[in-house]
Write a protein that binds this ligand. Sequence first.
Ligand code: ADP
Ligand code: MG
Length: 363
Amino acid sequence: MNDKALPDIAFRAVTKSYGEVTAVHGIDLAIPKGAFVALLGPSGCGKTTCLRMIGGFEEPSSGTVSIRGRDMAGIPPFRRPVNMVFQQYALFPHFNVGDNIAYGLRQARPRIAAAEIRQRVDEALAMVRLGGYGKRRIHELSGGQQQRVALARALVNKPAVLLLDEPLAALDKKLRTEMQLELQNLQRDLGITFVLVTHDQEEALSMSDLVCVMNKGRIVQLGQPSEIYDDPADLFVADFVGKTNLMKGIVAQAGETQAQITLANGASLAARTRSRLRIGQQVSVSIRPEAMRLGVTDGPSLQGTVHNRIFLGSTAEYAIEVSGVGMVLVAADHLTHEPALKGPGDTVSIGFAQGAPLAFASN
Ligand code: ADP
Ligand code: MG
């Protein structure tokens, strides 16, 4: 049998309640073997709870979690083919690096020979590029190095699945970017399934090959990063993932997958829709800042007044007040499409591509 076809991890109708609080509502999810999956959503949406149910630190209130086709109900963490890097990656401060990594192996029964433990610790240290650091004390290491020790500790017993709960949240921006690349490389080299929990949409989009967007205990969209970004399932995803402009309007005409929208300032535009909308329905229209062009008047456009020009190095952003609509953010690559530098008070037209606007029911 081709075990690639079998999902590595499967949730079936999984609900988890803590007394009155339902942390996870009826989740169905299949994670393919060898995938790098991100669980992405705001704080409190149930990401950690899902991860802990894979790891065996929580049991579902109802439904099943299976790994490689086997129902995990009642199976304790140390008997599951997974390992977890916790959000607070509590290392033992009084142990050196090698002893921290070896800890789990030394507890294993039947016993593992000391020489094998040593070899596996060295391999794990090499994987996280800390070769030769075995004798160092934890407090002698930087935050990034401690993070790598926590990773090595999770990798040392060769799990089939690695669970990572916001592993980079404590690191500064530069180090975080470096570790993001390293984690990607590590996952590719090891070929094991990674499930990463993060509330950082940039991190989810850049690192994973599958993003599972969660909101209020439910999965709202599962897809490749480009699908999530280009074709968000609803207003929540459009707003949460990436920057976008949301403009209120009313449906004037509705087709199967497109609609004509009248914005609050009376402007009319054609928008793509995920489902058929009703005439008269209130919607929010999303257009990404980078899908807009300054000074373009052929095709659909809006008129506005420049409020701020925000210099960002390789690009600039303009905050433009569109009367009746509000502030609209336009990204401009100043080498190719920032025709004449615009400053506060200048009037401009903002063009956008025919397919750029997306309309969502806003209830
Ligand atoms: P996230 O990781 O997305 O921030 P969590 O999975 O930690 O979210 O939490 C989801 C919800 O479940 C939150 O409302 C949280 O307060 C609640 N919750 C999580 N763990 C417990 C617990 N052990 N007891 C009670 N409520 C909990
Ligand atoms: Mg969490």
